[in-house]
Every structure is written in C-alpha cells, then in structure tokens.
Design a protein around this ligand. Structure first.
Ligand SMILES: Cc1cc2nc3c(=O)[nH]c(=O)nc-3n(C[C@H](O)[C@H](O)[C@H](O)COP(=O)(O)OP(=O)(O)OC[C@H]3O[C@@H](n4cnc5c(N)ncnc54)[C@H](O)[C@@H]3O)c2cc1C
Ligand code: SF4
Ligand code: SF4
Length: 374
C-alpha cells in the first residue's frame, strides 16, 4: 500500500507508519519462548516432553483437553500437541505433552534422534474446544495411542473437581508394549469422587493369543459396543462420549454411538489429524468476513490474504503473492487462502467458520475471485 501523498511539501518528512504485527491475528493465543526441560520415554514409541516457558513469560491459561503448537528453529513448521496434564497439576509455566514417534515424521523423529533436553522451543496456545462439559451424565472416554494425553488431562481435571458422574475410560492399543500411564490413571481413579464409579479398561487388538495378557481383547470401539451397549450395561441416553486419538478410531466410535441413537452433540472428540489428512480449502464466495478463522488459526501463515495466485503452463497453482500483512487494509474480501504447506490440519478454522466456507471437502483447486496470473 503506497504511503506517498503528492501534495505534501517537500520539507515535510514522511515517516513510515508503525508496522503492527499482523502475522498472527489470533488474539486468543499466547506465544511463549521456552526450552524442552525434559524428554522421557513412556513406552517403545511414545515420548513425554515437558516444555518450560522462559522466566517471566505470561501464563498459557489452558483448559484440560486443549492443545498447543510446538515449534523449534531446526524444523520447517509447528505441530499440534494436546496438553497431557490438567493445568492445575503442572508446575508454574510448564506444560507436559505426549508425542508418538512416527517413522519419517519431522518433529517426532527429531525428538527421538537424541537427547533434546535444553533445545529452544516456541509454544503457542491454548487452542481447541475439546474439554469437559457441565453435564452429570456418565463419561465414556475412549483413547488410542498418544490420545491418552488429552483424555488423561480431562480426567485429572474431573477428578480434581470431584464431578458428580460415573466414568469409564477405555484405552485401546495393539499389544502390551503399547500400554503406558497405567499408574497415573489408577491414581486418578483413587482421586475420583468416592460416591461415583471410575472404571479403567485396557483393550488390546493384536496381543498374541498365547501371551500372559488376561485383560480385554479386540478393537476398543467394538469392545465398548459389545460389552457395554449390546449387553444393556449402558444406555447412550445417560452418557456423554469423549474420544481422543487417531481419526479412524474416533470415526468408528462415533458411528457406533450414533447408530445406537446418541445425539451427535453428545459426542466430543479431539482428532489427531496429521500430514496425511487433507488441508481445508476456503470458498471465498461463502465468506462473510467475520474474522473467526483468523482468530483461531494456530500458525502465522496457514490462512493468508493473497493478491494473486500464480499459474504456470503445467500447473494450475504454482504459488501465491501475499498481501503484506503489516499493511493490509483488513478488507480481505475474496482473498483468503489456505496454504496447505503451512497448514497443520488442526481444522480449527473449519469448526470456527459460521458460514461453512471452509472445508477439507471443497474442490481442491486453490481459488480466489481475484485474477490468477501466469
Ligand atoms: C489438534 C491436534 C492435537 C494433536 N495432539 C497430538 C498429541 O498429543 N500427541 C501426538 O503424538 N500427536 C498429536 N497430534 C499429531 C501431531 O500434530 C503430528 O501430526 C504428529 O506428531 C506427526 O508429526 P511429525 O512431524 O512427526 O510427522 P510429519 O512430518 O508431520 O509427517 C511425516 C509423514 O509421516 C506420516 N505420519 C504422520 N503422522 C502419522 C501417524 N500418526 N501415523 C502414521 N504415519 C504418520 C505421514 O505420512 C506424513 O506424511 C495432534 C494433531 C492435532 C491436529
Ligand atoms: S486447519 Fe485451518 S486453522 Fe488449522 S492450520 Fe490449517 S488452515 Fe490453519
Ligand atoms: S471464518 Fe469463514 S466467514 Fe469468517 S472470515 Fe473465515 S472464511 Fe470468512
């Protein structure tokens, strides 16, 4: 945007406008610098990280169930991780996360490669809406893999609050080596409101038949269906579901509950989407300029205002020209664009958009109503 005004006297020196930092519109998120205080192994493929924010940093006031993004200068972009402890159980300005090591995963492999204690880290949060509701219905919690994190935080918080409700927590893994946090969950059970039940069941899908495992077997969601719903032990009318972990597990669990007659609004979940999930696309024709997606986006460059999309002979999309975020007019009519390379698949924008203008199911060809250049 030009700052030159032709009729101003040549003796009057024009100073540039102060540049507000509009890279991250998100006013609900605190961005702190800190270090990885410790990295410890929970099982063969899951690490526990404790991030310590720098002395004097403003607190990141999260609710149990929310997540933060972690970024280190060694890597290209941030990743999302759920807080693994209730905030009131943490040391001041420390945050605990569980990270499952993924083969070839940029962040998780970097963590597992060697002792990263002391490495600088940027933490941004709190993000996400997953959390405890105000109901007194039985909590049905189902987690798989590192989905233990958000459910454990939620249960710690519910136990601290002495909620007046029963709880059943089913944790699904393949084999005994996948199990972890058994003692912490037992401690939550001991801290649970004494007038209500707390049940913890570990369910293994691939444990060898002849092993010493005497516990539950099968896929965790199927086990829940046959043991609790089909048997009449539990009715969907008096429970609320809290699922956390890999998307296929959550989809399977939600399907079972919906088929049993549970209202979708009673199913709360935190899906750990990853780089394999599609990035959402904005349909600018539906956008009503409400700013909600910009208020919840977890990284500076995932949703950007573009002036032009660049085309080549061989590709419909070869990049974009970005409006300088320091000098944008704020009138982003027809210019919002999701950069799939910067998007971390948190789907916060999809949930936030009141106009249903953002979806991973929209046509993938990037598009604004502005002209495309070649
Ligand atoms: C809201 C939210 C909360 C999350 N919370 C957690 C959490 O608490 N703990 C946690 O461990 N993760 C969590 N995730 C997932 C996390 O953000 C990363 O996607 C994950 O850790 C992989 O990052 P990476 O850098 O190691 O792999 P990337 O470099 O992002 O991926 C590299 C490749 O690995 C493959 N890959 C990625 N993830 C998986 C996987 N799970 N299984 C198999 N292959 C995979 C893909 O092919 C991908 O192309 C969360 C995600 C979201 C959106
Ligand atoms: S899903 Fe939306 S809010 Fe989340 S990183 Fe991608 S563009 Fe940003
Ligand atoms: S949330 Fe939806 S309607 Fe609001 S600015 Fe973003 S795309 Fe537009």
């Amino acid at each position: 945007m030009s700052t030159m005004i032709s009729h101003v006297s040549e003796h009057c020196e024009l100073k540039p406008l102060p540049r507000p930092d509009r890279r991250l519109h998100n006013s609900r998120v605190q961005i702190n610098q800190g270090i990885l205080k410790s990295v410890t192994r929970l099982n063969y493929d899951t690490l526990q990280l404790v991030v310590k924010c720098d002395e004097g940093s403003p607190p990141i006031s999260s609710r149990a169930g929310q997540y933060a993004t972690l970024h280190t200068p060694d890597l290209t972009k941030a990743r999302a991780y759920s807080f693994a402890r209730a905030p009131e159980n943490e040391n001041p300005n420390e945050h605990t996360f569980f990270v499952r090591v993924v083969h070839g995963g940029e962040f998780s492999s970097w963590l597992a490669e060697k002792d990263r204690s002391g490495a600088p880290i940027t933490i941004s949060g709190p993000l996400g809406k997953f959390g405890l509701d105000a109901s007194d219905r039985t909590m049905v919690c189902i987690a798989g893999g590192s989905g233990m994190s958000a459910i454990k935080a939620l249960l710690e918080s519910a136990a601290n609050l002495k909620v007046k409700r029963d709880c059943i927590f089913l944790y699904g893994g393949r084999a005994q080596r996948d199990l972890y946090c058994s003692e912490e969950i037992a401690a939550i059970g001991k801290n649970w409101n004494k007038d209500y039940k707390f049940e913890f069941v570990q369910v293994l899908s691939d444990e060898p038949e002849d092993s010493n495992w005497a516990g539950a077997r099968g896929f965790v969601t199927e086990y829940f269906k046959s043991t609790y719903l089909d048997s009449g032990k539990m009715s969907v009318n008096n429970c609320k579901a809290f699922f956390c972990g890999p998307p296929p597990m959550i989809d399977a669990g939600a399907e079972i509950l919906k088929n049993a007659g549970m209202d979708e609004r009673d199913i709360h979940f935190d899906k750990f989407e990853d780089a394999r999930s599609p990035a959402p696309v904005i349909d600018n024709t539906k956008c009503v300029l409400c700013d909600e997606c910009l208020m919840v986006k977890p990284t500076a460059n995932c949703i950007v205002e573009v002036s032009r999309l660049i085309k080549t002979e061989t590709s419909d999309f070869a990049g974009y020209e970005r409006v300088d975020p320091a000098y944008t007019s704020g009138l982003y009519y027809n210019t919002l664009f999701i950069d799939s390379k910067a998007c971390i698949r948190c789907y916060a924008c999809v949930e936030a958009c009141p106009a249903h203008a953002i979806s991973p199911e929209h046509d993938k060809t990037p598009r604004t109503l502005r002209q495309t250049i070649s």
